[in-house]
Design a protein around this ligand. Sequence first.
Ligand SMILES: Nc1ncnc2c1ncn2[C@@H]1O[C@H](COP(=O)(O)OP(=O)(O)OP(=O)(O)O)[C@@H](O)[C@H]1O
Length: 254
Amino acid sequence: MSIDVRDLSFAYGKRQVLRQVSFRTRPGQLVAVLGPNGAGKSTLFRCILGFLPRYRGEIALCGHDLRSLDRRSLARLAAYIPQSSAPVYNYTVRDTVLMGADPFHGPGPSQQETADRVLETLGIRDLADRGINEISGGERQLALIARAMAQQAKILLMDEPTASLDYGNQFRLLRQVRQLADSGYTVLLSTHNPEHAFRFATDVLVLREGGVRAFGPAAETLTEELLREIYRIPLTVADIPVPGGSVKGCVYDT
Ligand SMILES: Nc1ncnc2c1ncn2[C@@H]1O[C@H](COP(=O)(O)OP(=O)(O)OP(=O)(O)O)[C@@H](O)[C@H]1O
């Protein structure tokens, strides 16, 4: 369930976007990927998902060189969860999940079972017969996670999954994602919100101008200095009391 990226560089034509990116994840890690707009987060995800094969360096998923994997094998290892947006076709939630269960053949009884099980796990079984365009953004995001889980991939890549969610749904979603990581999934999740990283990530990968600026445990790595540097604003990182302890949070200094 590991992702091993070594000296990854990528250019769109002459525009160099990723520069010698190296990092390695373990199962159970929820890695928040942070960095300013244009730092290369989405490009990194697209490389790992095999959408941009003209990269330099090495990417291995669960020990398999990405270049040696066909689409089907790759789909069994890694799943992509895009930002929540209304799809063109109004499939039911169950059918959406079944597309993950076996994207290459029609679903059989065992796929139906898998779909129902993951919907149950995520607490959205009662949405199964609703149209994917007829549920809220937060519910749709959970349905997309259910589809990725049905794909049986243990590596999940999530591109700003909370971008269109209300404050409560952001945390409900991230709690679910953290539970998946705790049960052995490896999650790479891009976010522009340091609070999400402090509260839910085990580790952070900070990209700046296409290179790795920092990689390590969230609380130690996301220092005030680093956050000020990457977001170019004055801010303060503080311990915020929560029931049973404290978490780090950051506020903009006026
Ligand atoms: N298809 C493309 N062709 C050319 N340049 C691109 C393409 N896609 C992205 N870029 C450029 O690559 C750089 C990195 O973009 P990318 O989307 O990976 O950044 P990001 O960190 O995900 O940004 P954001 O936080 O704004 O989503 C940017 O300068 C962007 O303009």
